[in-house]
Design a protein around this ligand. Sequence first.
Ligand SMILES: [Ca+2]
Ligand SMILES: [Ca+2]
Length: 167
Amino acid sequence: MSVSPFALILLSAIKVIWVTGFQESFDMPEAYPSIVVFDKIYYISKVKFVSYTEASKWCSENGGGYPAEIDTAEELAVIEQYAYSTNLRRIFIAGTDAKKDGIFLSQRTGVFIHIFNWVNGEPNNNGRVEDCLELNGSREGRVNDTPCNRASISHNVLCELDLRMLK
Ligand SMILES: [Ca+2]
Ligand SMILES: [Ca+2]
């Protein structure tokens, strides 16, 4: 008997699995240990990016994912906790309000993102240039609007991959 059917049963039976040492294909040296929740895998880059576009490219080229998109309150809670566990200051996730201030859309799908747990006082569109979203790992993983590309501000990136896309 191979071990993989058992692993699949585990994946479907257990809602949250900390993957460290479990799915070696996602133990990337350039990323923090990934987590699997429901049908999604999440991983955070160790590399930092000034540009959201570059961060998004990194997700795609490392594991085949995309910057995490907040679809539900449950998912937000998961990625906040994950961000918090790293204590990283700035971590890009998906969402831009470049077209209309305060209306955040997924860069990848155009879907309206409307579930947030903002850092106190946010979103503030600081300097009128904050058109992207980040999680502040050092502030309980909560959400802040941040520049998409400003030389003085660098971010890690939290990537998401739908495991059902791999089947
Ligand atoms: Ca999502
Ligand atoms: Ca802000």
